[in-house]
Design a protein around this ligand. Structure first.
Ligand code: NAP
Ligand code: GDP
Length: 323
C-alpha cells in the first residue's frame, strides 16, 4: 500500500489533484495526504522532518513553493529564491532520509533560458540565464533538477520533475498584485462589473490589461494538469523532467486571453492596456512532444470551457477565494 504525500496540497494544483483523486482517479491501495503550511513550515528543516515522520509517505508529489505572477516575482526575487531553495532542499533531503523512493517535483516553463530557440524542450533547462523578472524563482526551481540527478546518481532514488506551463483553475490565487494573469483578469472584471455603469461620466467601466497584450502564453487547466501528474506518479520512470503543456498551436497572446476571459465572464465593456506595466518574458513556447510520445490520446479541456468553469467557480466562491 502506498501513502502519497502532496506538499502544497492546499494550493491551485494540490486542490486540483484532490478533486481528480476524489472524482474517480484514486486507487484502493493509495492513501492520499494533502498537506498545507498548517501541517508544517517546509522552509524549516525540523518541521519538514516532523511532517515526514508523521505521514510516513512512500511517494511524494512536491508542489509547495512560494508562487506568484510576474508582478509578485518582480517585487521579491530574493525572497522567491531563498524560500524555494530552502523548501526544495528540505523536502528532497527528508524524502531521501526517510526512505521515500519516488518524488515528483514541480518546475515551470518560466525557468527556461530567456534567449533561446523555440520551441523549448526538456534538454534546455540550464542552457542560459532565465528572464530577469523572475530569476529568483527560476534558479531555485532549476536546482530541483540538479538535486534529482544527485539523489539518482548517488543513492539510486527515482526523483523526477514536471515542467507545467501557466496553470489556472478553481482555487487559484486571485490576488491582482501577486497572482498570475488569468486569475488577475477574472478578478479585475468581477470588480469592473460590481462598479458597473457610471452615471456621472455616462460610461461603463472597461477593465485594464497590464502591458501591451503582445506576450504569448500556453495555459493548462489545473484539472488536466492534475490528471497528468497522477499519470507521472504512477507511470513515468525517468529522472529527466517532462513538460506538461498544451501544444504550440494552443499558445495565445495576452490580448486573446483577455478577450476569452471577458467572454467567460459575460463582460461587454471592453478593456484598455496599461503599457507602463511590464510585459515580462515575451514567450516561452514549450514543446510537448515528449508528453505526446507517452500519451498520444490525452485530451485537454478546451480553453473556453476551462475558463468558464474557473470564472463560475470564482463567482460562486467569491467570499472565500484567495484574493
Ligand atoms: P499555490 O496555489 O500558491 O499553492 C502553494 C502551496 O504551497 C500552498 O499549498 C501553500 O500552503 C504551500 N506552501 C507555500 N509555502 C509553504 C511552506 N513554507 N511550507 C509548507 N507549505 C507551503 O501554488 P500552485 O499554483 O498550486 O503551484 C504548485 C506548484 O506548481 C508550485 O511548485 C509552482 O511552482 C508550480 N507551478 C505553478 C504554475 C502556475 O501557473 N500556478 C505554473 C508552473 C508551475 P498554504 O495554502 O498553507 O499557504
Ligand atoms: P508569467 O507567465 O510568469 O510572466 O506570469 P503571469 O501569469 O503573471 O503573466 C504575465 C503576463 O500577463 C505579462 O505579459 C503581463 O504584462 C500580462 N498581464 C496582463 N494583465 C495582467 C494582470 O492583471 N496580472 C498579471 N499577473 N499579468 C498581467
Amino acid at each position: 500500500n502506498s501513502v502519497v504525500l502532496v506538499t502544497g496540497g492546499s494550493g491551485l494544483v494540490g486542490k486540483a489533484i484532490k478533486y481528480v483523486v476524489e472524482n474517480g482517479s484514486g486507487c484502493k491501495n493509495e492513501k492520499w495526504v494533502f498537506a498545507s503550511s498548517k501541517d508544517g513550515d517546509l522552509t524549516d528543516r525540523a518541521s519538514t522532518e516532523a511532517m515526514f515522520l508523521k505521514y510516513k509517505p512512500t511517494h511524494v508529489i512536491h508542489l509547495a513553493a512560494k508562487v506568484g505572477g510576474l508582478f509578485g516575482n518582480l517585487s521579491a526575487n530574493l525572497e522567491f529564491l531563498r524560500k524555494n531553495l530552502e523548501i526544495n532542499d528540505n523536502v528532497l533531503f527528508m524524502a531521501h532520509k526517510t526512505g521515500v523512493q519516488h518524488v515528483v517535483s514541480c518546475l515551470s516553463t518560466c525557468i527556461f533560458p530567456d534567449k533561446t530557440s523555440y520551441p523549448i524542450n526538456e534538454t534546455m533547462v540550464h542552457n542560459g540565464p532565465p528572464h530577469d523578472s523572475n530569476y529568483g524563482y527560476s534558479y531555485a526551481k532549476r536546482m530541483i533538477d540538479i538535486l534529482n540527478r544527485g539523489y539518482n546518481r548517488e543513492h539510486g532514488r527515482n526523483y523526477t520533475s514536471i515542467i507545467p506551463t501557466n496553470v489556472f483553475g478553481p482555487d487559484d490565487n486571485f490576488n491582482v498584485q501577486e497572482g498570475h494573469v488569468l486569475p488577475g483578469l477574472i478578478h479585475k472584471i468581477y470588480k469592473a462589473k460590481e462598479e458597473g455603469y457610471d452615471l456621472k461620466s455616462n460610461t461603463s467601466k472597461p477593465f485594464t490589461v497590464w502591458g501591451t497584450g503582445k506576450p504569448r502564453r500556453q495555459f493548462i487547466y489545473s484539472r488536466d494538469l492534475a490528471r497528468l501528474i497522477i499519470w507521472v506518479l504512477r507511470e513515468y520512470k525517468e529522472t529527466e523532467p517532462i513538460i506538461l503543456s498544451v501544444g504550440e498551436e494552443d499558445e495565445v497572446s495576452i490580448k486573446e486571453a483577455a478577450e476569452q476571459v471577458a467572454i467567460a465572464m459575460e463582460f461587454k465593456n471592453g478593456f484598455i492596456f496599461d503599457t507602463e506595466k511590464s510585459d515580462g518574458q515575451y514567450k516561452k513556447t514549450a514543446d510537448n512532444a515528449k508528453l505526446r510520445k507517452y500519451l498520444p490520446d490525452f485530451k485537454f479541456t478546451p480553453f473556453p470551457i476551462a475558463l468558464k468553469e474557473t470564472c463560475d467557480w470564482f463567482v460562486e466562491n467569491y467570499e472565500t477565494a484567495r484574493k
